[in-house]
Ligand binder design. Structure first.
Ligand code: HEC
Length: 197
């Protein structure tokens, strides 16, 4: 093969890759955050902060999608991780999921996924941070406590509630200006002795 021929082959290959790269951007990618139905009652703030920094992107409905989550094929990997992560454990649901294994996964170094920590340095925990976080997870998900506050969904009205919940009491109040003759004077006998300020 001549030198000229092979350099034009490289050009065609690069061109083909560029076209393919552009083409795959049009494949639909799921990037949703369904409404949260519950929230975890974290035992302490430090544990909640680490959970939010290192776990929530894949284990809640509060996923923060970075710019590279919009670029295929990275976006496919992220969507798959989020999907699978939520299936195993979702802090936005009142679910009997794998949360009781969370501390163990952190101690073993299995979670957060190593691929995630490449780009999210906050989630790259030191040995000491791991141990502290694992202890906080254990405390939060121990069986003596109820780790869930719910519901979070204001749009889903509880059915048992028969009282109307809005402020409208059905009465109509007329709006008008009060004329000076109607304002109680300080000399009014019955107004004496009442001081509200
Ligand atoms: C980049 C996404 C991602 C992040 C961030 C992440 N996980 Fe996961 N997690 C997954 C995926 C995907 C699975 C399911 C596959 C697996 O078990 O490896 C999973 C599974 C789990 C499971 C279930 C394991 C099992 O074997 O049943 C637990 C528990 C868990 N993760 C805890 C955590 C904790 C705690 C954090 C935060 C320190 C975290 N994960 C951060 C993606 C993630």
């Amino acid at each position: 093969m001549s030198k000229k021929r092979s350099s034009s082959n490289v050009k065609y290959a690069l061109y083909a890759i560029a076209v393919a790269f552009v083409a795959i951007q049009f494949a639909p990618v799921e990037r949703e955050n369904p409404p949260s139905e519950a929230r975890v009652f974290w035992r302490d703030q430090a544990t909640e902060q680490t959970a939010r920094e290192a776990c929530y992107d894949c284990h809640s409905n509060e996923t923060d999608y970075p710019w590279y989550a919009y670029v295929a094929p990275v976006s496919w990997k992220i969507a798959a991780d989020v999907n699978e992560g939520r299936e195993h454990m979702n802090f936005s649901l009142d679910a009997d999921d794998d949360r009781d294994e969370a501390a163990e996964k952190v101690r073993e170094g299995e979670m957060p996924l190593w691929s995630y920590t490449l780009l999210e340095s906050d989630a790259d925990l030191t040995e000491e941070e791991r141990e502290k976080f694992a202890a906080g997870l254990e405390k939060t998900f121990s069986e003596e406590v109820t780790p869930i506050i719910k519901p979070m969904k204001p749009e889903r009205e509880p059915e048992a509630q028969s009282e109307p919940t809005n402020d409208d009491d059905g009465l109509r109040y007329e709006e008008r200006e009060i004329t000076p003759s109607e304002t109680p004077k300080s000399s009014d006998k019955k107004n004496e002795g009442l001081r509200y300020d």
